[in-house]
Design a protein around this ligand. Structure first.
Ligand SMILES: Nc1ncnc2c1ncn2[C@@H]1O[C@H](COP(=O)(O)OP(=O)(O)OP(=O)(O)O)[C@@H](O)[C@H]1O
Ligand SMILES: O=C(O)c1ccc[n+]([C@@H]2O[C@H](COP(=O)([O-])O)[C@@H](O)[C@H]2O)c1
Length: 197
């Protein structure tokens, strides 16, 4: 069974994440995509804005009724810095018989050489890269051991980021149609990302 890992801060999850997962599933013949929210993403300086329960709940709402998508809380349960090497090793131990690939956007593809224990990680997992606006994938500057494990797939450029959603929400501008309706209603009901008056 082939599983794609869609890891992220998901603060909040948005249509860019969902389309990347779906196009990777189709292009690479993945049986399932597992969405794994990070507790603390390794290369981001700031702590996530929404708490872990809210970020996980938004992922559940976004993938509700999608037969090939699952959400897993293993990084939230583990706590600490969410290194992918720890996640993949734990998945391999707990779910034998699966092969895992990481689905990542162009910003993360380009910083793969900075990932924790990347040489070891690249031996046990493959990477599926998707373009996102603002940063194009520069395959030739990546070490060969990463290039060998990387497949770039096509996807329409979706110019949506969680940062922009948080900023729009703080500025009281519209975030409708940037996130699924059930995520939208959760953000509004819980006043996430709003600036205190
Ligand atoms: N619009 C998008 N198109 C393609 N891939 C995306 C898009 N947004 C995020 N990704 C990818 O999804 C993964 C998780 O992203 P993350 O949760 O950090 O979202 P983000 O929008 O980049 O968040 P932030 O703006 O808070 O940094 C990363 O691999 C990232 O490159
Ligand atoms: O393991 C690492 O060193 C590492 C460095 C950067 C990113 N990642 C993972 O890549 C995924 C996307 O990260 P981010 O910061 O864009 O949310 C998420 O699952 C992170 O844990 C992992």
């Amino acid at each position: 069974m082939k599983v794609g890992i869609m890891g992220g801060t998901f603060d909040p999850i948005h249509y860019g994440h969902l389309l990347a997962a779906e196009r990777a599933r189709e292009a690479c013949g993945l049986d399932e995509v597992w969405f794994i929210p990070s507790f603390q993403p390794p290369l981001k300086d700031n702590e996530p804005n929404a708490d872990t329960n809210a970020r996980l709940e938004m992922v559940y709402r976004a993938i509700d009724f999608q037969p090939h998508f699952r959400a897993m809380d293993i990084e939230l349960e583990r706590g600490g810095t969410s290194y992918s090497i720890d996640t993949v090793k734990s998945l391999q131990e707990n779910y034998p018989g699966r092969t895992f690939s990481y689905i990542i956007g162009s910003d993360r593809v380009n910083d793969l050489p900075q990932w924790h224990r990347i040489e070891e990680l690249a031996r046990i997992v493959a990477f599926i890269g998707v373009e996102r606006p603002g940063e194009s994938i520069d395959v030739s500057s990546l070490p060969v051991y990463i290039q060998d494990r990387l497949t770039i797939i096509g996807m329409p450029l979706i110019d949506i980021s969680s940062t922009e959603i948080r900023q729009r929400q703080a500025d009281k501008r519209s975030i409708r149609f940037m996130v699924p309706e059930k995520v939208y209603s959760f953000i509004k009901r819980n006043a996430l990302y709003e600036k205190p008056e």
